[in-house]
Design a protein around this ligand. Structure first.
Ligand code: GLY
Length: 346
């Protein structure tokens, strides 16, 4: 359950090219950092990592993900990571849990619709070698993250949208479903009765699940999936399906994912920014804080929320948000639970 929106209660690429006619064409919040108000971020947690963070098989797996719905997602990811599974498989398996949960009203099945009553989903996935795929504005498929993985593995493209994404999902054998639950429909109809015809853009209206995983071979991967801003304009796409905005992974450095007001994240290429800052020497915690500060430099914060998570190849983690209330699930050997992120504004 999210703190922001509480529950109501390249193998076959050749084949695709042919079909498409394209053939010729840690754990450590290691460096506690100060907030804008000068307050300290939460104390560093212990790190489970050895100094060797390469692909030697000596790494200890770590998984972290946004919000309360990250706990069951981490469970699913950990089931794979702790038995030798890959970070990529763990990332996908993890976020599929909230995607399928009708009580999670910001992701997948049960997600709140756009202002016209359509549940439209955004997702992307990325591995340590830079392979990536995404879908945006996808209707009728419960697991956009798995469609995104198919985009990555079965096509020459990175992002498919709308009808084209749905057509591809059907071609890949995914089952089409009505994703608007009776509860989500009732919420939407209630919202219509109030006479608003603009989405409420505030800290309560964003709950992506972004998940970062490090496996025992030192491979990083991430997944990000959402139904986006509730009651958004039809056709609106947020940061979550955009590589570099909602998610970015560089196996030599680390990964980052974002939650919150997608437009604010897109404007600073947020997850790419966090990873690049880590590449330049920032700790995951420092990088998340710097990215939030970059947003704050030029954008009106009003009551809006953005949060970043980061995981480097040593297994160190970071988390920081514009305002208080952002929490995340963290799992590694000996720990599985929720953490509160530090923030710029209390
Ligand atoms: N971060 C999710 C969205 O803005 O759609």
């Amino acid at each position: 359950m999210s703190a922001q929106r509480p529950k109501r209660s390249s193998p076959s690429r050749r084949r695709f090219l042919h079909q498409a006619g394209l053939g010729g064409a840690a754990l450590a919040l290691g460096s506690a950092c100060s907030s804008a108000a000068g307050s300290k971020a939460p104390e560093a947690a212990q790190t489970p990592q050895s100094a060797d963070s390469g692909t030697s098989g000596s790494n200890k797996p770590v998984v972290l993900s946004t919000w309360y719905h990250g706990l069951p997602a981490n469970d699913a990811a950990w089931a794979l990571l702790s038995t030798g599974g890959t970070a990529l498989d763990a990332a996908e398996a993890g976020v599929r849990i909230p995607e399928a949960d009708p009580q999670s009203n910001s992701v997948g099945y049960g997600g709140l619709p756009d202002r016209d009553g359509h549940v439209t989903l955004d997702a992307c996935i990325m591995d340590h070698e830079g392979h990536c795929g995404g879908v945006a504005f996808l209707e009728g498929y419960k697991h956009p993250i798995s469609v995104a993985r198919k985009v990555m593995e079965e096509t020459p493209h990175v992002l498919l949208t709308g009808q084209g994404a749905a057509q591809f999902a059907a071609e890949m054998g995914f089952q089409q479903e009505d994703l608007l639950t009776p509860e989500a429909r009732a919420d939407w109809q209630e919202w219509l009765r109030d006479g608003h015809h603009a989405p409420p853009v505030n800290a309560q209206n964003h709950d992506t699940i972004g998940l970062l995983a490090l496996d025992g071979e030192g491979r990083l991967a991430g997944a990000c999936t959402t139904s986006g801003l509730a009651y958004k304009m039809h056709g609106r796409v947020g940061d979550s399906p955009l590589i570099g905005a909602g998610l970015y992974v560089d196996g030599a450095v680390g990964g980052a994912t974002a939650t919150g007001m997608g437009e604010m994240v897109i404007k600073v290429c947020g997850s790419f920014l966090v990873v690049e800052l880590m590449r330049q020497g920032a700790s995951p915690q420092e990088a998340c804080e710097a990215a939030v500060r970059r947003i704050a430099e030029r954008q009106d914060l009003e009551d809006r929320q953005v949060g970043f998570l980061a995981l480097d190849r040593q297994g160190r983690t970071g988390a920081f948000a514009i305002r208080g209330g952002f929490n995340y699930a963290l799992t590694h050997e000996g720990q599985h639970g929720m953490q509160d992120a530090a923030s710029l504004v209390p």
